[in-house]
Design a protein around this ligand. Structure first.
Ligand SMILES: *[C@@H]1O[C@H](CO)[C@@H](O)[C@H](O)[C@H]1NC(C)=O
Ligand SMILES: *[C@@H]1O[C@H](CO)[C@@H](O)[C@H](O)[C@H]1NC(C)=O
Ligand SMILES: *[C@@H]1O[C@H](CO)[C@@H](O)[C@H](O)[C@H]1NC(C)=O
Ligand SMILES: *[C@@H]1O[C@H](CO)[C@@H](O)[C@H](O)[C@H]1NC(C)=O
Ligand SMILES: *[C@@H]1O[C@H](CO)[C@@H](O)[C@H](O)[C@H]1NC(C)=O
Ligand SMILES: *[C@@H]1O[C@H](CO)[C@@H](O)[C@H](O)[C@H]1NC(C)=O
Length: 515
């Protein structure tokens, strides 16, 4: 093991041009709260929110070309402005550092921050890159989108190998960036990890699924199987399997003894969703269900029952697709079969334990179950959600149980469906009652082909940015001026991705007026 100084020296000798934003560039967390000219010509008069070119963190001519090409497709000036601002947001603002590993100059690394928080989430970074998936092509250049993808996958692999139960991470040592302080009082969790490596260590099954998702996306777009054999990818997948298989454990062994759980978490907080009951272990779950536990949701809120269905769906789906990468690598047949088997067994468990009967809606997916017979019936805005099941590729939108579930989610019977004159969408306990999440509106669009449903939803999105022309995290359903997170890159990229998808699927809605 090399010491840090010699690693840094090595890094200096193999340095590729790192991102250097000019000193006079404004802080985007402030820039994103001010209206910049020129304004769009529609009734919402939306500002131009991209940083000036010299202040952008990554340039891609493919992305610029896609933005220009959409100008002929999106006829409404305000909708086009919202697209133009949001789609490039992750490249413009979140590529905090790009370089190579100190121990291997061939290993690209991308530190991609979530936006207003200076840390890299496994889930956010995988999804931020997914916004540009349709533009991804094989390319060995370090200034390509492909390189950005490889850098995120390599850094995620490093993070997972160092702390497989954690959700959000500090900059790599090679970047020279300092770690960011999260909580005033340190969190109390097992297994323990240094706060120099980890920004937050909430165990969320979907974080591990996100690594398999971005891997699948890169592989399917580029066919670059050699990349996966070269660095830490295979080892990271092995750690993911070990970690998740250990989390199949229930609260009690068959003889009644209390099982040790591989992960515990407690935070000093006044918020119930930030900590776990039962001395950091959470509520009990039944043994032997075949579902993998998740202590937290993709909102970073604690689960009520740890057998969280949306993350099991997502993990099963991407474990299976990633098994194809493993099979293609050569010499990893057993591991590939193991991944496929585990994926299928989770899918069977979701069907067996995750579907409940509702007197109004019929058979529906539960959000969380405990395996003892209790189910938490709700949906939350963050992806993976139940609403997003077709978007994550677990099932088809035409699936009958999904359609029943969708009707339930988008009704007053979902305890977290937020309604009002400004916007109607799923929210969640993360921000609280009365705040709808644009991200859930976007997922609603992704999962329907009804032009009228899409247009109604787009109308709400265009008209509810409080004149700022960006996608916010949540919006008060009765007051567009009351919103959260001015700089949430994932939601912005997702909106751009959604309009590119509509161009292929339901192009008519992009020719409509939203005035
Ligand atoms: C992006 O391009 C602009 C010129 O259009 C340049 O000033 C800026 O430095 C570039 N950003 C990066 C990260 O290379
Ligand atoms: C690879 O990416 C670079 C940087 O974006 C670009 O200049 C080049 O044209 C790309 N090569 C191919 C073959 O697409
Ligand atoms: C790490 O934890 C120590 C001890 O609580 C604290 O003094 C330090 O500021 C923390 N560093 C970061 C980056 O959070
Ligand atoms: C009960 O089962 C657990 C798990 O299989 C085992 O570790 C433990 O030794 C058993 N205890 C007794 C008293 O048999
Ligand atoms: C996968 O499951 C099949 C049938 O259940 C079994 O025969 C096979 O050994 C398993 N393979 C691995 C690698 O777990
Ligand atoms: C969706 O439907 C298509 C066509 O019927 C089928 O080939 C595909 O496997 C289905 N996808 C899933 C995830 O079930």
């Amino acid at each position: 093991m090399q010491d840090i100084l010699s690693l840094l020296k090595l890094a200096a000798t193999v340095l590729v041009p790192a991102v250097t934003v000019k000193a006079q560039c404004p802080d985007y967390s402030i820039y994103s709260q001010q209206r910049h000219e020129p304004f769009s010509t529609g009734k919402y008069s939306l500002p131009y929110m991209r940083p000036e070119p010299a202040c952008r963190m990554f340039n891609s001519s493919d992305v610029e070309d896609a933005i220009v090409a959409m100008k002929d497709v999106i006829k409404d000036p305000d909708l086009y402005r919202l697209f133009e601002n949001s789609f490039p947001n992750s490249l413009d603002t979140a590529v905090k550092w790009k370089g190579v590993s100190a121990s291997n100059a061939e290993e690209e690394l991308t530190f991609l921050i979530t936006g207003d928080i200076n840390a890299m989430w496994l889930r956010d970074s995988a999804n931020q890159m997914q916004s540009y998936l349709t533009l991804l092509k094989p390319n060995t250049s370090t200034s390509s989108l492909a390189s950005l993808y490889r850098g995120v996958i390599n850094l995620q692999a490093r993070y997972i190998l160092s702390a497989p139960h954690c959700n959000s991470f500090q900059p790599p040592i090679e970047s020279g960036l300092s770690p960011t302080r999260n909580q005033e009082l340190p969190d109390n969790f097992t297994p323990p990890i240094s706060n120099a490596t980890v920004f937050e260590c909430k165990y969320e099954l979907d974080s591990l699924a996100a690594f398999l998702e971005i891997s699948t996306n890169y592989y399917q777009a580029t066919g670059d199987v050699a990349f996966f054999a070269r660095f830490e990818w295979v080892r990271a997948v092995q750690i993911i399997l070990e970690t998740t298989e250990a989390l199949l454990v229930g609260m009690y062994a068959s003889n009644g003894s209390v099982n040790a759980v591989p992960y515990t978490w407690m935070r000093t907080t006044t918020s119930g969703t930030e900590t776990l009951s039962n001395s950091g272990r959470g509520n009990p779950v039944q043994d032997g269900t075949g579902l993998v536990r998740s202590a937290f949701r993709p909102s970073d809120d604690a689960t009520i029952y740890q057998l969280f269905i949306p993350a099991n769906m997502m993990f099963s789906r991407y474990l299976d697709s990633a098994s194809e990468i493993m099979a293609a690598i050569g010499g990893q047949r057993n591991l590939a079969n193991h991944m496929h088997n585990f994926s299928q067994s989770i899918r069977r468990a979701v069907t067996q334990h995750g579907i409940v009967n509702d007197p109004t809606y019929g058979q529906v997916y539960a959000f969380e179950v405990d395996g003892f017979g209790s189910a938490n019936r709700m949906d939350d805005a963050n992806i993976p959600s139940l609403l997003s099941a077709p978007f994550i590729g677990y099932l088809n939108a035409t699936d009958a149980v999904y359609q029943n579930t969708r009707r339930f989610i988008l009704s007053k019977d979902n305890p977290y469906y937020m309604r009002g004159p400004v916007i109607n969408a799923v929210g969640g306990p993360h921000v609280s009652f009365g705040y709808a999440w644009p991200m859930a509106s976007i997922v609603r669009i992704f999962t329907t082909s009804s032009a009228s449903e899409i247009q109604t939803t787009l109308t709400e999105l265009v008209s509810s940015t409080a004149g700022l022309g960006l996608i916010h995290e949540s919006i008060n359903c009765f007051d567009e001026g009351d919103w959260t997170r001015q700089w949430f890159s994932w939601a912005n990229g997702l909106f751009g991705q959604c309009l590119l998808d509509l161009k292929e699927r339901v192009p008519g809605v992009l020719g409509a007026s939203y005035q």
